[in-house]
Design a protein around this ligand. Sequence first.
Ligand SMILES: [Zn+2]
Ligand SMILES: [Zn+2]
Length: 77
Amino acid sequence: MLELRPNCECCDKDLSPDSTEAMICSFECTFCRGCVEGNLNNQCPNCGGNFSQRPIRPGNTLAKFPASTKRVHNSDS
Ligand SMILES: [Zn+2]
Ligand SMILES: [Zn+2]
């Protein structure tokens, strides 16, 4: 199950569980669309993989399977 991380690892932008801007790689490194299409050039800086748009978990299941609130941010970049 996806963690649905709450922010972009690169620019720390908030990415809500229903955001269509959230992009993930196969390891669920999470970035906003702006970073992916911009300086990341559609390649994950952590694992080298490509990105897909994160699927949106329907609201009626979020109560039972809540999104992660643990922010992951790579402060080196
Ligand atoms: Zn970003
Ligand atoms: Zn990755």
